[in-house]
Design a protein around this ligand. Structure first.
Ligand code: CP
Ligand code: NVA
Length: 303
């Protein structure tokens, strides 16, 4: 494993290895111990979009391992691919740092960074995928259910970057993903095919949220308005009507169902405040596990 750009590019063994490593490093750090395997190493963190969880959890993970993170705003470097080509940024950074993580609009940007960099490149969210999120989510599921195999996730809402990474995780790790979206917002058919190629029938697309949650172990949702889609907010709010994860929808699921959201959550849109705050909600465990997964990822790629 040289880079971490998409779950679809990783083997099942690599993913399960990362999950095991996440759990053991989590236990180590919870016990107050440290593994300074990245002492003297530096990670450049390029962000074209805002972030709370990703930025802070990567900075903490890097510091935890003895390394140094450098946060780079696009305006600091005149924009990614604007002041100079992405391929030049990749090659220059490779002369200074030991790893690059990037949150970009176009997925092509992280592919080009990885192509031209001599150091590992990590996808910290693109319009196409959010693999660190999906792996932290799987880690959270393992902790709550003590298994991954056979878990059914009902994903309600936009067939976006988060849904796509969950679909690939389902295909690689033996879960089922049932996506329910309004017309025009389904998970794209190429991604469905990719996931179902890994494990036939692991991902299905419906238009009825109640049918989707009927056998769910987990109900998952994400914003209806991803970063960069702010101009479509009013249109999307109307078109996603009926897809809110609220108490009525949760009542249609099995009693043991857990509620997941990658955050930030727009309460009263894709999820109600009541459901976000309910005892079944594990959204903050997910947020915490970003740190534990990424510590393991940095260790694997950079040590
Ligand atoms: N879930 C997530 O990636 O959050 P941030 O946008 O705050 O990093
Ligand atoms: N789908 C959202 C995820 C935010 C963590 C976005 O891309 O903005």
């Amino acid at each position: 494993m040289e880079d971490f750009l998409a779950i679809s590019e990783c083997s099942t063994d690599e993913l399960t290895g990362l999950l095991e490593e996440s759990r053991s490093l989590k236990a180590l750090y919870k016990a107050g111990q440290r593994d300074l395997c990245l002492a003297g190493k530096t990670l450049a963190m390029l962000f074209e979009k805002p972030s709370l969880r990703t930025r802070i959890s990567f900075q903490v993970a890097m510091t935890d391992l003895g390394g140094s993170p450098i946060y780079v705003k696009p305006e600091d470097i005149g924009g990614i691919g604007k002041r100079e080509p992405v391929k030049d940024i990749a090659r220059v950074l490779s002369r200074y740092v030991h790893g690059i993580m990037a949150r970009t609009f176009e997925h092509r940007t992280v592919i080009d960074l990885a192509k031209y960099a001599d150091v590992p490149v990590i996808n910290a969210l693109t319009d196409w995928s959010h693999p660190c999120q999906a792996m932290a989510d799987v880690l959270t599921i393992v902790e709550h259910f003590d298994r991954i195999e056979g878990i059914t996730i009902a994903y309600i809402g936009d067939g976006n970057n988060v849904a796509r990474s969950l679909a690939f995780a389902a295909g690689k790790l033996g879960m089922k993903l049932v996506v329910a979206s309004p017309p025009g917002y389904e998970l794209d058919s190429a991604s469905m095919e990719t996931a179902n190629h890994f494990a036939p029938g692991c991902v299905t697309q419906l238009d009825d949220p109640r049918a989707a949650v009927a056998d769910a172990d987990v109900i998952y949702t994400d914003t209806w308005v991803s970063m960069g889609q702010e101009d479509e907010k009013e249109k999307r709010r109307k078109e996603f009507a009926g897809f809110e994860v609220n108490a009525d929808l949760v009542a249609a699921a099995p009693k043991h169902v857990k509620i997941m959201h990658c955050l930030p959550a727009y309460r009263g849109f894709e999820i109600s405040d009541e459901v976000t705050e309910s005892p079944n909600s594990i959204v903050f465990d997910q947020a915490e596990n970003r740190l534990h997964f990424q510590r393991a990822l940095l260790r694997k790629l950079m040590s």
